[in-house]
Design a protein around this ligand. Structure first.
Ligand code: ANZ
Ligand code: ZN
Length: 882
């Protein structure tokens, strides 16, 4: 097949990659004489195989990096590995391979899998977060946070898997059971380490406003996650007791409609009552069987237990309310207690109807008859949560909701019962994990001295290598010697903390470490972080909209306050790319071969009797129907969904890089849809990209024109066809530059393809065609270089250039050529056609008239007669009356 003139991507791509590597093209250092630009893709987890999502992520980042470099920025574009985490431990359990060995092998494999993509990465900065050289700084940070009061220990409720003997994250609890063991999850209190992210709640919230180059959806998600609520906190006095119950409310204006008080099952008062009352104990235990996540609590049936206690209404003399323990009250929000106002809160309404509590309307819409509205509401099952004015509310009557809130708070303050407060939904970040494959927490537990920090000169506290994964629970806990040590303070025998840090800890500062990855005595070289931070463009998946991105914003502030660096925000610009989807394919198995799990899509076979088929095993017959390559069985085509191993609809990137090359893969990724949208991967799409590259190559290798020598100047005046191509070339430069700045990569590709189409369709007989075709083609590959760098270099070199594009500046256009070509205006004198003249489109009367009068044929008619009238039909005709 391969003919002389076909484009040999294998040889070309390898050659240019070797040249970039030999010339160290992407290694950078601080250079204050140039503006810096830091481009970063979210670093990968070393699972062992790259997937198409990686290819898209790193292609997008690479376009930005190469584009900014060409524009003259000093570009930092590093790569590393988010190397701690559970999959390595699972591999150890399932396959007996040590997590460190498994991880190192995967890193090596994935580095090789990325190599053929031709990414412009400074590999000298590579690290893995499981390197002791990395995590020793993390341990120091933890100790600094401890000193600053940003890390602390507290007892908290966790999901405990009684079989795997470990704490589960909320996401690991599926239908109340451990995701792996399937055992019913228990709620337990455990001592855990926390980071005080809540100290920065307000600052993190305010900071969102300045993140102008972040997607709105991510800013909104963070805003909601932080969840600022303005309201009041006040104390109910308990009848017959000395103590009280503090409650938080966002609706102090509804206090006159209160009909009960509810406390969390974990509230100290509930625990107190349980000591003497077995049915309270039983109810609390029942609540404990529910999941701990907000979603679990939200969806569970509302249940309450009447304690028999009553509290005094703060505003109404002699009125008391019953106190319930209720399963929907969270202990770690507000005060863990609330007052219920059924008329104006749906949850409270359901609770009131269930337990026969009063429903009293205290807010009515402005323009409605208050008493009629109240009567209807009190008879209904639906709360009114809208705006309005206070009714049936004593001193608040007639006030709009906002004013009633303020007045109620004023009164609570006067009574000494409470005050206005701001609450955040954001919780402190629990960082303790009962796992082996993570960063050890550098603490020693001493019976005499308590929690003692490991002295800095003893860092890192390294993970032991000889661990046994055959026993359940935390291998560090079971290790025969590792945890036994002496107290750094009193020298007596003591135990190491066996918890390791949440892996989000490592990913909260890696972007800063890339600035000085080899700094050894400190985490960062201050000059380097001051020069490079913040990251100018961060690229990654929207699934990290909250946790990783919020933790990193918190960490950066915490590190700033501990003197590590000088910025508050880590990522100046954020881009979140869409997912890669693919059609799904199934064959019916009729029990003849093992079915794949849950292969039950629309229109396909029922569960257990069909099997997902990989796209590479599907063949299309001439009539359009699909068969399985191996046995000719008919294949049912399903809809396109996110590539996933469970649906066998993945395409192996290395197969594609091997068969079509990096440029084709990159081009298809970039050209199909805007990068923020989901894209459909298809064989037709990648083939189309390859064919285009072949055509681009032939434009240079078999030109239809004599392209002349590099540097041949383009004459000022050109034939109309050549002039049109020149203008299009300048317009393309301006358009592509704007597109690349705004992540409109698909539009940039379309513009350059239009330009190369125009070159291909230029008539070879066009005077000056060769010199303009050279200019256009050179421009096309310079603009293409960030996207399809290998073929761009190859064409550029073929056109006679010695300096590789990677060291060449971005092309500059001439504004003068940006306007549309001229339009032809018909010129009449006294209503008679006298010729045509070219003018810029939309020319006004003065411009058009000047051009018309310059025509000799017009001059002959007009001479120096005075003009009586001029009639212009813009872009069409001008009539001069003399
Ligand atoms: C009385 C009231 C009347 C309320 C009304 C709402 C409507 P956000 O907006 O999320 O901050 N609440 C307070 N503490 C709670 C806890 N620990 N667990 C569950 N719910 C709690 O929600 C604040 C509202 O949620 C508070 O305002 C309180 O109910 C309830 F017509 O107080 B409200
Ligand atoms: Zn001690």
């Amino acid at each position: 097949m391969a003919s002389e003139d076909s484009y040999s991507f294998r040889e070309v791509e390898a050659r240019w990659q070797a040249l970039w590597a030999d010339r160290n093209a992407f290694a950078v250092s601080e250079d204050t004489s140039r503006p810096k630009y830091y481009v970063l893709e979210m670093f990968p987890y070393p699972s062992g195989r790259i997937h198409m999502g990686h290819v898209r992520n790193y292609t997008l980042g690479d376009v930005v990096a190469r584009f900014r470099r060409a524009q003259g920025y000093n570009v930092l574009h590093p790569m590393g590995w988010d190397a701690f985490g559970l999959p390595a431990e699972n591999a150890a359990i399932e396959r007996g391979v040590h997590p460190a060995v498994w991880t190192r092998k995967n890193v090596a494999d994935m580095r090789e899998q990325f190599r053929p993509m031709g990414l412009s990465i400074d590999w000298s900065r590579e690290f893995a977060t499981c390197d002791p050289e990395y995590y020793k700084h993390e341990q120091k940070m933890f100790l600094d946070f401890l000193k600053a009061g940003l890390a602390y220990r507290k007892e908290s409720w966790v999901n405990w898997d009684p079989v795997d003997l470990c704490v589960l994250a909320n996401e690991q609890v599926v239908d109340g059971k451990g995701w792996r063991s399937g055992a019913p999850v228990e709620r337990r209190r455990l001592d855990q380490w926390f980071l005080r992210i809540t100290r920065y709640a307000e600052d993190l919230l305010q900071g969102i406003e300045e993140l102008e180059r972040w997607p709105d959806k991510v800013r909104l998600m963070q805003t909601n996650w932080i969840g600022r609520s303005v309201g009041a906190q006040f104390r109910f006095a308990i009848e017959g007791r000395e103590d009280g119950i503090d409650v938080f409310t966002t609706r102090p204006d509804t206090l006159f409609g209160a009909s009960f008080c509810a406390i969390s099952a974990n509230h100290p008062l509930a625990e107190d009552l349980a000591r003497t009352n077995p049915s309270v104990r039983e109810f609390i235990t029942e609540c404990g069987r529910m999941g701990t996540s907000e979603a679990d609590i939200e969806s569970a049936e509302k249940k309450g237990f009447d304690t028999g206690l009553r509290v005094f209404h703060p505003f109404v003399e002699g009125v008391t309310l019953p106190v319930y323990i209720a399963n929907f009250v969270l202990m770690d929000y507000g005060t863990g207690a609330l007052f219920g106002c059924p008329a104006h809160d749906q949850r409270d309404m359901e609770f009131a109807r269930k337990y026969g509590l009063p429903v009293k309307a205290v807010v009515a819409p402005k323009d409605q008859d208050a008493q009629a509205f109240a009567a209807a509401l009190e008879a209904s099952d639906e709360a009114y949560t809208g705006d309005g004015v206070a009714i049936n509310s004593g001193f608040l009557d007639g006030l709009p909701v906002a004013e009633a809130k303020a007045a109620a708070i004023d009164r609570l303050r006067e009574l000494g019962a409470g005050d206005g407060v701001v609450q955040y939904r954001l919780r402190d970040w629990g960082v303790s994990r009962q796992r082996y494959w993570g960063c050890p927490i550098p603490i020693v537990k001493c019976d005499c001295c308590g929690m003692v920090p490991v002295p800095e000169d003893q860092l890192p506290v390294e993970l032991p290598e000889d661990v046994d994964f055959s026993v359940h629970g935390n291998p560090l806990e079971h290790h025969p010697t590792w945890k036994h040590t002496t107290c750094p303070e009193c020298g007596k025998p003591a135990l190491r903390e066996t918890d390791t840090l949440d892996t989000f800890f490592e990913s909260s500062w890696y972007f800063a470490r890339f600035c000085s990855p080899h700094a050894s005595d400190r985490a960062f070289d201050r000059t380097a972080v001051d020069y490079w931070l913040p990251v100018d463009q961060y690229v990654g998946g929207v699934e990290h909209a909250v946790l990783h991105l919020l933790y990193s914003r918190f960490f950066t502030r915490a590190l700033r306050d501990c003197g590590y660096l000088g910025v508050a925000e880590p990522f100046d610009g954020l881009f979140t790319q869409g997912m890669i989807c693919h059609e799904t394919y199934e064959v019916e198995t009729n029990g003849e071969e093992p079915a794949t799990e849950a292969a039950t899509t629309e229109g396909a076979a029922t569960e257990g009797s069909s099997k997902w088929v990989y796209p590479e095993d599907v063949e299309q017959r001439p009539d359009g129907s699909l068969i399985r390559r191996t046995d000719g069985k008919p294949v049912i085509r399903g809809r396109s969904i996110k590539m996933s191993k469970s649906k066998n609809n993945t395409v192996d990137p290395n197969g594609i890089l091997e068969s079509h090359g990096a440029d084709a893969a990159r081009l298809f990724m970039l050209s199909d849809v805007p990068p923020e949208r989901d894209m459909d991967w298809s064989a037709a799409g990648i083939d189309g990209a390859s064919r285009y590259l072949g055509r681009l190559w032939r434009l240079a290798s078999h030109p239809a024109f004599d392209l002349g020598a590099p540097g041949t100047p383009v004459p000022d005046t050109l034939s109309p066809a050549a002039e049109a191509l020149r203008r299009q070339t300048h317009r393309t430069m301006a358009g592509v530059t704007a597109d690349l700045e705004k992540f409109r990569f698909n539009s940039a590709v379309a513009r350059i393809r239009e330009l190369t189409n125009a070159i291909a369709s230029l008539d070879p007989a066009t005077p000056d065609g060769g010199v303009v075709a050279r200019f256009a083609l050179e421009t096309a590959v310079r603009l293409f270089a960030p996207m399809i760098p290998h073929i761009a270099e190859e064409v550029w070199a073929t056109l006679g250039h010695d300096t590789p594009l990677v060291f060449s500046p971005w092309p500059v256009w001439d504004e003068a050529y940006l306007q549309e070509e001229t339009v032809q205006l018909a010129v009449q004198v006294n209503g008679k056609m006298r010729g045509t003249v070219g003018v810029p489109p939309g020319s006004d009367q003065d411009t058009a008239l000047a051009a018309a009068l310059a025509l000799p044929t017009v001059q002959a008619q007009v001479g120096d007669k005075p003009l009586r009238k001029v009639i212009l039909v813009p872009d069409r005709i001008i009539n001069v009356i003399v």
